[in-house]
Design a protein around this ligand. Structure first.
Ligand SMILES: Nc1nc2c(ncn2[C@@H]2O[C@H](COP(=O)(O)OP(=O)(O)OP(=O)(O)O)[C@@H](O)[C@H]2O)c(=O)[nH]1
Ligand SMILES: [Mg+2]
Length: 255
């Protein structure tokens, strides 16, 4: 049981990639006997994670790879956004994807279908990716220089906010079916992100979602948060997302 978030991150972590599978047991070996111990263990877990995140960041910097951590509640459209992006921009950038889910290879299969190199991490009972898992995935993946690495985190607006993966950018996605109050209820996720994508705008006529209020709530917790409205279904707004992406990789010249 992980003291940081209460999820079980001691379980088997399975890496699924064609021709590459192994299981790794994580035993943090910590006790939950009293509150002080739990707080110390939590600090230790986050400290260890931060060290590994810096290692990942150094790896990305050395290879000039733009790493983006995609976070959201389940079903907001992380994989849908990636599918569109990978197809639309495949001639411009070398993309890589690390997929995080508790179970299944379903998202990795969707990404694989776009022709993009992908590694699936199954976290078992764990509710977030951590820097150690990403490090393992990178070692198996061996991305080339000057690429763009998307890391799709486990669908969860709470715990992934605490775990730095070594990314350069954190993008939080919310969809119009979730309610405009999410930034206020889960402020840490919006506070630690640089871009908020509001997805499924095609559904606005059918759901009681006040998009201006949602944007105001998001900026209330993070004044600097950029916001882009999109529909992965219709493609509306995606050019702005692509512009944002291009601006983050200025040294990479589109083909
Ligand atoms: N109407 C509409 N549906 C969408 C849009 N984007 C995604 N969806 C649908 O929303 C559902 C969830 O999309 P996913 O891309 O799987 O969401 P996710 O965030 O990757 O989900 P998890 O990986 O399970 O957390 C799917 O049925 C998508 O087809 C959109 O812009 N409009
Ligand atoms: Mg997904």
């Amino acid at each position: 049981m992980c003291a940081t978030c209460g999820c079980d991150s001691n379980g088997n972590i399975s890496f699924h990639e064609p021709g590459h599978e192994h299981h790794h047991n994580h035993d943090h070996g910590h006790s939950h006997s009293h509150e002080k111990t739990v707080v110390e263990v939590e600090q230790d877990i986050l400290h260890q994670n931060n060290l590994l995140a810096q290692r990942n960041r150094g790896y990305f910097d050395a290879k000039n790879i733009l790493a983006i951590n995609m976070v959201s509640s389940p079903g907001s459209g992380k994989t849908a956004l990636l599918e569109r992006t990978l197809k639309d921009l495949k001639d411009q950038f070398d993309f890589y994807v690390i997929e995080g889910d508790q179970q299944t290879n379903l998202d990795a299969d969707r990404i694989h279908a776009t022709g993009t190199k992908v590694v699936q991490i199954n976290t078992g009972k764990g509710c977030h990716l951590d820097a150690h898992m990403v490090l393992h995935a990178l070692q198996g993946m061996k991305p080339k220089e000057n690429g763009v690495m998307f890391i799709e985190n486990v669908g969860n607006l709470v715990c992934p906010a605490m775990f730095d993966l070594g990314e350069k950018e954190r993008v939080v996605i919310m969809s119009v079916t979730e309610g405009e109050d999410k930034p206020l209820k889960y402020p840490e996720m919006f506070h630690t992100s640089t871009l908020c994508i509001i997805n499924k705008t095609d559904l606005l006529p059918y759901v009681p979602f006040n998009i201006e209020r949602a944007k105001a709530y998001a900026r209330q917790v993070n004044h600097n948060l950029e916001i882009i409205e999109v529909s992965c279904l219709t493609g509306e707004g995606l050019p702005q997302w692509y512009e944002w992406l291009r601006a983050k990789v200025p040294v990479l010249q589109p083909a």
